[in-house]
Design a protein around this ligand. Structure first.
Ligand code: ADP
Ligand code: MG
Length: 322
């Protein structure tokens, strides 16, 4: 359903708080019918970017356009076409599901006929039909998030900004929240979502990794894997993974082998290298000399963790070899 129509654009966004640069030259486009993910750890500049996108915070430099309109603080006419679920989205716990939705319908200025229709629709989409009269405080965290999302889309926005909507929600509810997002984008909404859960990258059509205010990789996950991975991943399955890591590090330091990265993934060793065949021969010899039993050694697809580490490597100053 992605027809490539641009619904949002950030150009070279910068935000300084005093001497501190919280957002540094951030640029991306948002397209109709897609989920664009903004992935980064706490404090990396996700909320600050969203607030600039919405015109709630003036950028130090750069510009934002939503649905063809410049977001410069004078752009209130566009606001009814935008939805926003903030990190601290507030539902009224003492109100029922229905009362909360009606309340937000009023806040958005929907007339009573439209409100009734939209509330019914929101209940149906979110799976909350039948739960109208439950008090919000009695809903589980996952259902409260669905209710919050339903409230954020009552006015049928075309572009929706979600700031860490899945933070603190259990994995099953997170999964069904994403299903709900797919329902929305299938109707042509554009969704911009921030998260610090790396596994959620899998769910986004396109994404950007943000680290200390800077986008360090951007595109579809496939594109990011292709452009950011400095080689293939050789996976070594052995019962002595710790020892294997030590042997390989030592061989690397002595100049006997070369690789881009060496990481432990649970009990598996991942070596990233552009020369997978010759390295694998070398490693076999080294491990044989040390009488290490290899269960298997094969080239595997990079995991999200491999991709993250590859993206972060060139962006972490000083300590990255430790
Ligand atoms: P995230 O949403 O990714 O956790 P934020 O955008 O909230 O990150 O914050 C990015 C950085 O900017 C953090 O270091 C935060 O402390 C800082 N920051 C955010 N808002 C302000 C502010 N109003 N004044 C000063 N520093 C701020
Ligand atoms: Mg935040």
């Amino acid at each position: 359903m992605n027809d490539n129509q641009i619904t949002g654009r950030a150009e070279n966004l910068v935000k300084d708080f005093g001497d501190f640069r919280a957002v540094n030259q951030v640029s991306f486009t948002l397209h109709k019918g897609e989920i664009f993910g903004f992935l980064g750890p706490n404090g990396s500049g996700k909320t600050t970017t969203i607030r600039m996108m919405l015109g709630l915070l003036a950028p130090t430099q750069g510009r934002v356009e939503i649905l063809g309109t410049e977001m410069d603080g004078q752009s209130s006419s566009i606001l009814p076409r935008i939805g926003y679920m903030s990190q601290r989205f507030s539902l009224y716990n003492d109100l029922t599901v229905l009362q909360n939705l009606n309340y937000y319908g009023q806040v958005y200025g929907l007339d009573s006929i439209k409100r009734k229709l939209q509330v019914q629709e929101a209940l149906a989409i979110s799976g909350l039909s039948g739960s109208e009269h439950i008090q919000t405080k009695d809903l589980s965290g996952g259902w409260r998030q669905r209710l919050a999302l339903s409230a954020a889309i009552l006015h049928q926005p075309e572009v929706l900004f979600l700031d860490e909507p899945t933070a603190g929600v259990d994995p099953v509810s997170r999964r069904s929240f994403w299903d709900l997002l797919y329902t929305l984008v299938a109707r042509g909404i554009s969704v911009f979502i921030t998260t610090h859960y790396m596994d959620e990258a899998e769910h986004c059509h396109r994404l950007a990794f943000i680290q200390r205010g800077k986008i360090i990789a951007q595109g579809s996950l496939k594109e990011i894997k292709q452009t950011m991975m400095p080689g293939q991943v050789l996976e070594i399955d052995t019962d002595q993974a710790g020892k294997v890591i030590r042997i390989l590090r030592k061989a690397y330091q002595n100049g006997n082998i070369d690789y881009k990265d060496l990481e432990l993934h649970g009990s598996l060793v991942h070596v990233i290298t552009p020369q997978v065949q010759s390295l694998s021969r070398h490693i076999k010899k080294l491990l044989k000399a040390d009488k290490i039993t290899l269960n298997s050694m094969s080239v595997v697809d990079p995991t999200l963790e491999d991709v993250f580490i590859a993206c972060m490597r060139d962006n972490v100053p000083e300590v990255h070899n430790e």
